[in-house]
Write a protein that binds this ligand. Sequence first.
Ligand SMILES: [Zn+2]
Length: 326
Amino acid sequence: MGLRPNLLTRRTAGVATSTLALLLSTAAVGVVPAASAFSAAPAGVCAEPADAHADARVAKGGHAKLDPNHLTAKQVREREADLATAQRERANFRTGAVAPLATVTIPVVVHVIQENSTRAGGNIPDSLINQQISVLNQAYAGSTGGAATAFSFQLTKINRVTNASWYPIVQGSSAERSMKTSLRTGGKNTLNMYLGELSDGLLGWATFPKRTLDKMDGVVVLNESLPGGTATNYNQGDTGTHEIGHWLNLYHTFQGGCSGSGDSVSDTPAEASPAYECPTGRDTCSTAGKDPITNFMDYTYDSCMYQFTAGQASRMLTAWNAYRAA
Ligand SMILES: [Zn+2]
């Protein structure tokens, strides 16, 4: 597939002086912005994540309760310590015999969860799935304007499953566990992507890497968020890009807010809270740099996000070699 028609939009959206960026800003006028899920939430409203190895993406207007897996500072510390342990284990295991990988092709198995054979019932055509793979390959190659990462994606199977009891896919439910336990395939290097209607208005959620293979491992993505889907403002495939970022060990750019180590990546400026729509020029922390609203790991519209940073690319490859490489 060629370049997406929106490529120019993506590259231009982050430039404050561009006409297009102004148009994007203007387009938001007249829409009553829904309260940010985080800034408007009274202290203590955010539910503790049930599983520190998962994370979600929330559409504009989502409530705090709809991001069930945003990590606490303690959970981030635990994950960072676990990464260090995993690296040590790998270093000992390799004893110099197996070099860490520099490029990685990830086999992708897509499970299309359907209630019935209609589009509304989850029957997403193969063409959208193929376009999703193209979007992933462009995003992770850096060809939409960001840093190139080590990763490319190869679709190995589309597995269509009609099961009304798994539809919609409900985050954290026993049905989700049953679905993944039944369907997950491949080793730690295999990306299992589950498509369907999702609970609570979520766009998607993902598991972070773990040292032992877990049947829950994978990403869940709203079917209509695929390129050309019906999820307005979120239908260019970047929910998939974002969730796979988590699967490769990235946090949100707003992780940790303005203080501390933030998202544990040095070249993503700190950000106090998630950014929605495309708020060009947003700058919520006194530390250097404007908010990384064009980063795939924020919450902005698909048309607004187009890049990973070199630091994120490095973090993902480090995590791959620690957790997912054979
Ligand atoms: Zn997320």
